[in-house]
Every structure is written in C-alpha cells, then in structure tokens.
Design a protein around this ligand. Structure first.
Ligand SMILES: Cc1ncc(COP(=O)(O)O)c(C=O)c1O
Length: 378
C-alpha cells in the first residue's frame, strides 16, 4: 500500500522513523534542485529573473488551487496564515453592528491571537465550546450564528485531537444569516480530499509545511471568486496592483486574488513548496487518504493494546490524519523517541501526535511502539 518508488525521493526516511507529517512533512529531494533553479535564475539573469518568477507564481496558484479545489485566480500566497487571517479580517467593518466572529475553543492558537489582537477595532470574538474537548458537531456553530455574526472561523481539522468539522451545514446557515465563513485547511489539505468550491466557503487558508511536504513560508488564501472585486483589502501593497509596473498614483487592486498579495513575494519558499504540491498531485489525494487511514488504524490498535487512551475520534469519517495518544509526560517521551530518530510530536491536552503519510510503512509504526514500550518500562 505504500509507494516505495516515491519513498526514495525523501532521504530523511532512510535514517529516521518518520511519523510527524501532520506537523512537518518530509522534504522531497526534488526541492533541493528547485531551490538551486531559483538561485540560478537570480544569479544568471539578475533583475530579469522576475520574467521567470512572475509566471512561476501563477503556476503555483494553479497547482495549489488543484489541491484545494479552487480556480487559480482565487488563490493568493503569503508567508504565513496569521498574516492571511489579518488580511481577511481587514475586509470587514468592525465598527458596524455585525462585528462578531465565532471560533472554536480548540482552534489553533494563532487564530485566537489574531482575533484578540484585533479586538481594539470593535471586533468581538466568541469562543465556541466543545462538548467533549475533542471536536465539534456543526450545530455548535450553527446554533450561535445570528445577525450580529460577521465571520465563522473554522479549523477543518483540530490540531490537538485531529477531529474534523463538517463544513457545509455551517456555510448554509452562515450564508442564510448573512455571515461569511473562513476555513483553516492547514491540518487537512493534501491528505484529505476537499474542495473549497464544493463547500461554498468564502475564504480558506492553510500552509504547505505539513501534509503538502512543501516547507515553511508558502501559506495560501482562497477567496470565493464572486467576492473578488467586492472586497477591498486593507493589508495592501504595490504587487497587488492591477498593473504592477504602471506605478499608478492610487490603489487599483488586481481583479483576482493577487489583490491580497501585498508586496514582493517570497519566491524561494514557493520554489520549494511547488515540488511538494506536485508530489501530492502525482500520488493523488484519495490514495493518500486511504493509506493514511490504513496507518492510523495500526496506530490506534497498537495504542489500545497498551491500554493508552485515544484522544481523537475513533470513527474514520470524523478523524483527520494524525492519531492523538494520551500518555503522561508526552513531551519527555517525544524527546526520548527523537533521540532514537523516531519523529513524532506532542501537544498539551492531547498527548503524542502520531501519523503516517503516503510514504509511511507499517513497520515504522511498530518500531515506534516497541521503542515506547522500552521507555515506559524504564
Ligand atoms: C490549523 C493551523 N493554522 C495555522 C497554523 C500556522 O499558522 P502560521 O502560518 O501563521 O504560522 C498551524 C500550524 O502550524 C495550524 O495547525
């Protein structure tokens, strides 16, 4: 079920037991070549490198769009999700009576920090409680949407439990009541077949260094095509202008999502990331999901055989890519395993986070649990 031919492209797999793609996907060896290509362009052609780089950014928008089910023109890049969240928040009028944002209490912390940092603008955010500390029923959100709700911010996959949140029912109610929906797909894009277009969401964000094997610095923003042109970005810069090199006297945003790309792009990060996206598209997201579930079943079985609690939904339909295994001293265990070159991670309220990607072999999961046995016995 693994893809041995593709395993050869990830040299870290030769010298480690790699069970951490939910946090940092393995680096594809083609990325090294691609970064050199970027440098060669720059070194050989100087300022003319932009003639290669600008069309390259458009290719990136197309590839990433394919992964999340978005038309190329609806995708923008930035260095990280936090900036992109602020970019989206900047399109709302927080002094109006529709000034509330709903967000899960289990959300990835940066989303909460962004909202809290904006509270001086009139933005009021409401933490949506989880009934079990693991995940959410969509009704946790829909029951709280009112005519004061401006935005519902949802993590498709919860970072500390791997729980998936069902998006379409939330979009339906939000739109009926005039609110917008932003989904953070960081925990699922590339591992789970999803389509922002089918969901009908207004915005989606995510980044490339987890399941997409693309390294840091290549975060993306999707904006629903019919909203483009209606939204006025406040986080703005010259590279977002309709005609960049006309240097017009005033703001004239591009007609597509480039209007959200502010100033000079982080080209080198995109060069590295593109190899990851291409690999994901080559393997196929359905096939990746199937293999990730296969490895997850093994993790769950081996953990349960040892009497360990699974802090993730047990039903495949409600679980993302990693399995969270409740264990005391998870941080210390993560460290001890890393000394044996067994790579996973841990989080508060969660325990160990363990996952396989399309390149993971069953024997690696066994190696991890056998090492865990010896650590526990010590
Ligand atoms: C759901 C989610 N959103 C966002 C981030 C990261 O945000 P940023 O790109 O601002 O570092 C992560 C983790 O790295 C995450 O898991």
């Amino acid at each position: 079920m693994t893809h041995p031919r593709l395993r050869e492209r990830f040299s870290i797999l030769d010298h480690s037991t790699f069970l951490v793609s939910h946090s940092m996907g393995a680096a594809p060896s083609g990325g090294r070549q691609k970064i050199l290509e970027y440098w060669d362009n720059w070194n050989n052609t100087g300022i003319s490198a932009w003639d290669q780089w600008m069309p390259f950014v458009d290719e990136c928008r197309r590839d990433l769009g394919q992964i999340i089910g978005a038309p190329a023109g609806s995708v923008a890049f930035h260095q990280n999700v936090s900036t992109l969240i602020h970019s989206v928040l900047g399109t709302f009028d927080w002094t109006s009576s529709r000034n509330e944002v709903l967000v899960s209490e289990l959300t990835f912390p940066t989303l909460k920090y962004c909202l809290e940092a904006m509270s001086g603008s009139g933005l009021h955010f409401i933490r949506v409680p989880s009934r079990d500390g693991i995940g959410h029923d969509s009704s946790d959100f829909t029951s709280r949407i009112t005519d004061r709700t401006a935005l519902v911010l949802i993590d498709h996959g919860i970072y500390r439990s791997s729980a998936l949140i069902e998006i379409p029912p939330i979009v339906k109610v939000a739109h009926e009541l005039g609110a917008r929906v932003l989904v953070d797909t960081y925990q699922t894009a590339g591992m789970y077949p999803l389509s922002v277009t089918d969901w009908g969401v207004d915005f989606a964000v995510g980044g490339s260094h987890k399941w997409l094997c693309g390294g840091p610095g290549a975060a993306y923003l999707y904006i629903r095509p019919d909203l483009l042109g209606k939204l006025r970005p406040q986080l703005y810069g010259w590279m977002a202008q309709r005609e960049i090199f006309e240097f017009a006297p005033g703001v004239q945003p591009a007609d597509d999502a480039r209007a959200f790309m502010t100033g000079t792009f982080g080209i080198s990060s995109l060069y590295a990331a593109k190899v990851g996206w291409e690999t994901i598209l080559e393997v196929g997201i359905l096939s990746i999901r199937k293999h990730v579930l296969f490895i997850s079943h093994q993790i769950i079985r081996l953990a349960q055989e040892r009497g360990l609690k699974i802090n993730s939904p047990l039903n495949d339909d409600f679980r993302g890519g990693q399995v969270c295994v409740g264990i005391e001293n998870a941080r210390e265990i993560e460290y001890l395993l890393s000394k044996e070159k067994i790579l996973l991670d841990s989080r508060p309220y969660c325990g160990l986070r363990i996952s396989g990607h399309f390149y993971t072999e069953e024997r690696e999961v066994l190696t991890c649990f056998e090492a865990l046995d010896s650590i526990i016995k010590r």
